[in-house]
Ligand binder design. Structure first.
Ligand code: AMP
Ligand code: FE
Ligand code: FE
Ligand code: ZN
Length: 282
């Protein structure tokens, strides 16, 4: 069937490190990917490319191809959309300015979340959240871990279900930015924009508009996608002339989460097709 991988995963193009809300340092993520048997990967931290150089250096040592990447946040109304950028110039000024603005905004947002948690009867120490983030871009998973440590919740899921998820008392959106703006930033940085996990939050309806704005691909394979969601994403990619990518979205071994690295992604034939387009400038 068209939407199924026909061989083992050789490329995991969606991973996170301590540069955002992952557990492992960038070099360690590459080591884990290599240990899982992939030949290629991309480090795609949220609104950050700060881990990419370290990952690529480790990749060269281990003989695994590390495609530069990031997962940029956008909004359509209150819906949060994630757009992956691949083969980015990680020194591009516009991209770095965008990431820096997001980092500062995330810091402000963490304080705002802490205030709301206190009002909701689940106070946390913001300094502890910063320590957990360890210099990386602060995200809700760091706050969820602080809530877990403080004994307010029993699992990370519970932290999102009761406090941090969309529509919950301590949910604070990030910056106002549209998918078209994010796609433009990626394109200006020489990158290749891909709609991440369209199955999460049923975002298939957003693809036609994004394709008009310069989207180049869709993440069809993802750890949270059902077979039906992968098929739907594949169909849309065919209808709109988009490339097909895939990855695990591994954040490392978090409490209650399996190590996903290398378990989701592209098989050899899909990776060869995508790799050709990635290396083909323009
Ligand atoms: P942020 O970037 O701060 O908005 O946090 C978003 C991140 O939180 C996502 O990339 C996931 O890593 C994590 N996340 C979002 N929703 C959930 C959920 N329901 N359960 C666990 N983790 C989640
Ligand atoms: Fe994340
Ligand atoms: Fe995402
Ligand atoms: Zn991700």
């Amino acid at each position: 069937m068209i939407h199924r991988n026909s061989g083992p995963v050789v490329a995991d193009l969606h991973t996170h490190s301590t540069a955002s809300d992952g557990v492992d340092a960038p070099a360690r993520v590459v080591e884990r990917a290599a240990a899982a048997g992939v030949q290629a990967m991309s480090l795609t931290d949220h609104d950050s490319v700060s881990g990419v150089a370290e990952a690529q250096a480790r990749g060269r040592e281990l003989g695994i191809e590390v495609v530069s990447g990031a997962e940029l946040t956008a909004y359509v109304g209150s819906r949060e959309v994630h757009i992956l950028g691949y083969r980015l110039d990680i020194h591009h000024e516009g991209l770095l300015a965008h990431c820096e603005a997001f980092r500062r905004q995330r810091d402000w947002r963490a304080n705002e979340i802490a205030k709301r948690l206190e009002a909701a009867g689940a106070p946390i120490d913001i300094e502890r959240v910063r320590a957990i983030a360890d210099g990386g871009s602060i995200g809700r998973p760091h706050v969820a871990r602080a809530l877990l440590e403080a004994g307010h919740v029993a699992t990370m899921e519970e932290a999102f279900d009761r406090f941090l998820g969309e529509g919950k008392p301590a949910n604070v959106p990030k910056a106002e930015v549209s998918p078209a703006q994010v796609i433009a930033i990626i394109n200006e940085a020489g990158g290749f924009a891909v709609h991440a996990h369209p199955g999460i939050g049923d975002q298939f309806d957003l693809i036609p508009e994004m394709a008009k704005a310069g989207l180049r691909g869709v993440e069809i394979i993802h750890s949270a996608h059902s077979v039906t969601e992968t098929a739907r994403a594949t169909q849309l990619s065919l209808n709109h002339g988009l490339l097909r990518t895939g990855g695990s979205d591994c954040h490392g071994a978090l409490p209650g989460k399996d190590e996903l690295i290398g378990r989701f992604g592209l098989d050899a034939s899909r990776w060869i097709t995508l790799r050709r387009s990635l290396h083909d400038r323009g």
